[in-house]
Design a protein around this ligand. Structure first.
Ligand SMILES: Nc1ncnc2c1ncn2[C@@H]1O[C@H](COP(=O)(O)OP(=O)(O)OP(=O)(O)O)[C@@H](O)[C@H]1O
Ligand SMILES: [Mg+2]
Length: 401
């Protein structure tokens, strides 16, 4: 007995039509510390159980009007009493239908005459089981609730992360465009002032040759500065437009991957042949993809432009490899260059908008950000980068077929 946890003050309903039996059970169970309610017939048992569901029911089978099986059926049909464990009691001379007892939902049965110790052990066992069941159910509900809260929190996080990213992008756009526009405004106002002054000197008929020469210098310098900076601003705007990819302008279709990659590389021949770079494309000629070819072209173009801009010194010619293969319902692209690689402290930043190590040579730091957006948003894939300084850089892109 010592290994069974005693459930103090458990509430037990005892149902028996034989007063002597009923009395015996009630007395003995009360002595063991339980709260016991007697019921002399099925009908009373049902109303007692429905008014205040007990923790366990000891139920005699053979009773007039409504037998134990019927009481059991009623209890199991009622939401309030369905889960109460029922132990059937039957006399040895009655034919006990064990199968029926269990089928109806009884958890155990005891035959009369019984030893009280036996009744006690069974009662304790089923009370313990019932308690475990209740605590599992509660834990489970708690877990489900926690999971739900976690999922809500995650949705919220993703949403606020998107908003933060958008905010950063807008701030970045303003900041990036501010510089060339600011320079242009300064140069234009210098030009305007000098022109006004020049016109005044001209009208007063006091113009000297040096005035004319000075003015021409200023005019040429200012106008070329304005032009260069407005071009820079215009280029930035072109890049920003690519960030907000207009998905409707690129239609989805089925295309042969290898053939398409070859076309894209062909369109880059001009840039590639300057330094005699070579590009190889490896993969199944027959493999087709039902996707957005425009997005894929943009991705490959940005990767190649990056290799040309960042991976190789001017005089070096490199080798770029594009390999693709099918894995389940995904196509895996591996883009590799054998250039100078990316410093490990920059690896976590390369996909961020405006991260560039080449700002002063005119890069904006949007190329990989655009790739990241295209891959994850439009193409529903993933992109990862591995790189080793002095060895090269590799991008692995997985896209659904
Ligand atoms: N193949 C590569 N080899 C070495 N470094 C690279 C390579 N690709 C990208 N990088 C590094 O990652 C940075 C970010 O690349 P990203 O394409 O986003 O911007 P960017 O090329 O500098 O500017 P943009 O593409 O807007 O002209 C680069 O500035 C460079 O430092
Ligand atoms: Mg780039």
């Amino acid at each position: 007995m010592s290994d069974i946890k005693t459930t103090h003050k458990a509430d037990i309903l005892v149902v028996d039509d034989t007063t002597a039996n009923l009395q015996l059970l009630v007395n003995m169970l009360t002595q063991k510390g339980y709260k016991v309610r007697p019921a002399i017939n099925g009908k009373l048992a049902l109303s007692s159980a429905q008014t205040a569901p007990p923790d366990l029911i000891l139920l005699d089978i053979i009773m007039p009007h409504m037998d134990g099986y019927q009481v059991c059926e009623h209890l199991k049909a009622d939401e309030r009493t369905r889960d109460i464990p029922i132990i059937f009691i039957s006399a040895i001379n009655e034919v006990l239908d064990k199968v029926k007892a269990f089928t109806l939902g009884g958890v155990d049965y005891i035959t009369k005459p019984f030893q009280f110790e036996e009744v006690w052990v069974r009662v304790e066992t089923h009370l313990t089981l019932r308690n475990l069941q209740i605590s599992f159910k509660e834990k489970n509900e708690l877990l489900e609730k926690t999971l739900q809260q976690l999922q809500d929190a995650q949705k919220h996080l993703i949403q606020s992360e998107k908003m933060a990213a958008l905010g950063n992008l807008v701030a970045g756009v303003a900041h990036e465009i501010n510089t060339p526009v600011g320079i242009s405004v300064t140069a234009a106002s210098t030009l305007a002032e000098d022109t006004k002054e020049f016109s005044r000197i001209y009208k007063s008929n006091q113009m000297k040759r040096t005035d004319l020469e000075t003015f021409l210098d200023t005019a040429i310098e200012s106008s070329s500065m304005i032009l260069a900076n407005l071009r820079r601003a215009a280029d930035l705007i072109v890049s920003f437009k690519q960030v907000a990819v207009d998905q409707s302008s690129d239609f989805q279709r089925r295309f042969k991957v290898k053939e398409y990659l070859e076309e894209v590389i062909l369109s880059l021949t001009g840039q590639l042949k300057k330094n005699k770079h070579t590009v190889t494309i490896e993969g199944d000629e027959q493999l087709t993809l039902d996707s957005y070819p425009g997005a894929l072209s943009q991705i490959i173009t940005n990767l190649v432009m990056n290799s040309l801009t960042h991976a190789y010194e001017k005089e070096n010619s490199g080798h770029i490899k594009i390999e693709f293969h099918r894995l389940g319902d995904m196509v895996i692209f591996q883009y590799t260059d054998d250039g100078k690689g990316i410093a490990s402290e920059n690896m976590s930043k390369i996909f961020e908008p405006f991260f560039t190590t080449n700002r002063f040579q005119g890069s904006t730091g949007l190329g990989l950000y655009i790739i990241y957006n295209l891959v994850t948003q439009q193409l529903r894939g993933t992109v990862e980068c591995e790189s080793e300084v002095g060895v090269g850089t590799k991008f692995v892109i997985q896209l659904p077929i």
